[in-house]
Design a protein around this ligand. Structure first.
Ligand SMILES: [Zn+2]
Length: 342
């Protein structure tokens, strides 16, 4: 299926909200990981979201080029071309963009979408995230509002963040974040609603409830999913039953299945998965290297075995195993068999 359009994306998110499931959003940084996600989603008969971090986009442009805008465009073009061959729907998303990268990353990507639309081409990305969690909430919302206006004009969904996701991801380190910032308050959520509602655009909100990026040993992460429930209830009490937040769960890797599924009851419609799929990708590569050590290395004047050092020999295994982890995520998020035939 082609990458979905704005109207279809909104329908997908609404259906997830109404039926208490969430779309997994997988970070990719190259053709292999993108193919693994598409294959896994198809196997699960689930629609989903493919996303690119600033670091992933930089990497995708070429290790010596390091051009994040170019890398994001290249990945988007690749996925738009190959997505057509898979029988599921995907949205394309850019992950965490801090204020410092707004002008040299997010804005140029939206402008590229503007150019494409002017030429009758589909959007470059279906949604973008602005992460203003490290600046004052009032400033964060002021910028988010301007961005939502720009996104709305171009039929792009905006994801914002209030509060801080703990841990470390892709060079963004919040391991020392103040404890209270790890849990969003209903007041903060309502302030965000009031800032954005008048724009009329579509947005999702990464509110925090103790979630952290990365994987920690059991017991180290204290999730309080009810923070999300309290936010929805406060919103409905103040502005009416028809109002709702579309929540995004960051740092989903390593979280317990029960906690994940509890968040689905409170309006989580997107959960990000990166660390667990990274491991799933690399695990069979390690196996391949250990098992074929003699053939991969040219030892003592020998020539090695081309069949085992050809990168395709282990990258295929990596893709297959990552696709399996994608299916598992779809089960956890109850998006399995959620494919919508538009
Ligand atoms: Zn995140």
């Amino acid at each position: 299926m082609p990458v979905i359009n704005y109207e279809q994306y909104c329908q997908m998110l609404d259906r997830a909200y109404n039926n208490h499931y969430a779309y997994p959003a997988f970070n990719v940084s190259n053709m292999e990981t993108a193919s693994a996600v598409l294959a896994g989603l198809e196997e699960a008969n689930s629609d989903g979201i493919i996303q690119v971090s600033v670091g992933g986009a930089t990497y995708a442009s070429g290790a010596s080029i390091k051009d994040k805008v170019l890398g994001a465009i290249a990945l988007s073009n690749y996925i738009q071309l190959v997505a057509d061959s898979y029988n599921i729907n995907v949205a394309l998303h850019t992950d965490h963009c801090k204020l410092s990268n707004l002008d040299d990353y997010l804005i140029p990507l939206i402008e590229e979408t503007e150019r494409r639309r002017a030429n009758g081409l589909p959007n470059l990305f279906s949604s973008h995230m602005f992460d203003g969690s490290d600046i004052l909430l009032s400033k964060n919302l002021e910028i988010s509002k301007k961005l939502l206006e720009k996104c709305h004009k171009n039929e792009i969904v905006l994801e914002i963040e209030i509060g801080v996701v703990g841990g470390e991801e892709d060079g963004v380190n919040n391991e020392g974040a103040a404890n209270e910032k790890l849990y969003s308050t209903p007041e903060d959520m309502i302030q965000a609603f009031e800032a954005l509602e008048s724009v009329g655009g579509e947005y999702m909100m990464a509110a925090t409830f103790g979630n952290v990026h990365g994987v920690y040993k059991p017991g180290n992460v204290k999730l309080r999913p009810k923070v999300l429930r309290d936010g929805q209830e406060a919103l409905k009490a103040k502005y009416g039953e028809d109002k709702r937040f579309r929540f995004v769960f960051h740092g989903g890797s390593g979280s317990g299945k029960e906690e994940i599924q509890e968040t689905l009851l409170y309006g989580v419609v997107k959960m990000n998965i990166d660390t667990d799929t990274q491991y799933a990708f690399t695990r069979p590569v390690a196996d391949h290297m250990f098992k074929n050590y003699d053939g991969i290395l040219k030892i003592e004047g020998e020539v090695g075995t081309k069949a085992v050092y050809d990168p395709r020999s282990y990258l295929k295994k990596a893709q297959g195993n990552m696709a399996g982890r994608v299916v598992e995520a779809c089960k956890d998020l109850r998006s399995i068999n959620s494919h919508i035939n538009f």
